[in-house]
Design a protein around this ligand. Structure first.
Ligand code: FAD
Ligand code: SF4
Length: 256
């Protein structure tokens, strides 16, 4: 992720694919032919084919297998409002500002922005999965019920309790800092967990784990991180939970 680079190395094929202007088979075939002609390296072609015949088809299968009831799932019992800045991009969190303004400008964001910035924020701050799902459906040029819903509810919000993903895609500011240059120009400090300058992704990440630790305890993929959480003092847990609640209030997430 890089400020000012909304498209990076992505294909921008999803609108044409979802509108059936392009057949997935012809996209994969064209990539394989490019490899055979020596115009594209194997690892790029393999990754591209996997996105289309792996991920896209898997998403379609989830949608048809789970049916209408899937849209009502809320396994983590989250009921917060979607903050107003999702519609304006006006926020001091630079990662969110960059990702949201690109969506407002282009009706597009690439996968890691969708999953680890705008989706991650909604997940860890406690937004209602239905509200964020409606937002994705309304904002992206490639949005179509069958592909948007499983990506948002299953992959991003863990609202199906693990039908789709083996663990929640929840991350702190450290992940965003490692994967982007956003933190360099942010008013928040990515190395602070609480306090006025603390990166909200850090506060919400730990608060998310505190709120869901019993639900996630049986998931062996969460064992290591929950051990770190258990090592923190009760006072630290309290201070994180308190700061998270203040942030929810300030961002308009708390439902009145
Ligand atoms: C929260 C969230 C919401 C999403 N909403 C949508 C959506 O409404 N419509 C949509 O098409 N994709 C959605 N995706 C999946 C993915 O982010 C987009 O397909 C991708 O960013 C489209 O850009 P691109 O064509 O440049 O893709 P590239 O990165 O170039 O990938 C090539 C193609 O692979 C397919 N693909 C890759 N990953 C996925 C996936 N997880 N699900 C389905 N197809 C995939 C797409 O057809 C894409 O065009 C969502 C992902 C998340 C995490
Ligand atoms: S410091 Fe936190 S809020 Fe600011 S850009 Fe980095 S991850 Fe985002």
């Amino acid at each position: 992720m890089w400020a000012g680079e909304p498209f990076l190395y992505h294909s921008l094929l999803s609108p044409a694919l979802n509108l059936k202007l392009l057949n997935p088979r012809e996209c994969v075939q064209a990539a394989v032919e490019a490899f055979q002609a020596g115009a594209a390296p194997l690892q790029s072609v393999e990754g591209f084919a996997r996105q289309i015949i792996g991920w896209r088809e898997f998403i379609r299968a989830i949608y048809w297998r789970e049916g209408q009831a899937y849209q009502q799932r809320n396994a983590l019992d989250q009921h917060g409002c979607l903050p107003p800045f999702y519609w304006s991009s006006e926020t001091d969190m630079n990662c969110m500002h960059q990702a949201l303004s690109e969506v407002l400008d282009n009706a597009y964001g690439h996968h890691i922005q969708r999953l680890m910035v705008t989706g991650n924020f909604a997940l860890i701050s406690g937004v209602d999965p239905k509200e964020i799902s409606e937002w994705y459906l309304g904002m992206y040029v490639d949005a179509v019920d069958w592909v948007t819903r499983p990506n948002v509810l299953g992959m991003s919000m863990y609202a199906d309790g693990g039908t789709f993903a083996s663990k929640p895609y929840a991350a702190s500011g450290r992940y965003i800092s490692r994967m982007s240059n956003y933190c360099e120009n942010c008013r928040y400090r990515v190395d602070h967990r609480t306090g006025p300058l603390a990166c909200p992704f850090n506060t919400f990440y730990w608060d998310f784990l505190i709120r869901n630790r019993e639900r996630l305890r049986a998931n062996h993929r969460m064992a290591m991180i929950l051990k770190n959480l258990d090592r923190m003092s009760v006072e630290e847990h309290r201070s994180i939970a308190k700061h998270a609640e203040q942030l929810r209030m300030a961002f308009g997430i708390l439902r009145s």
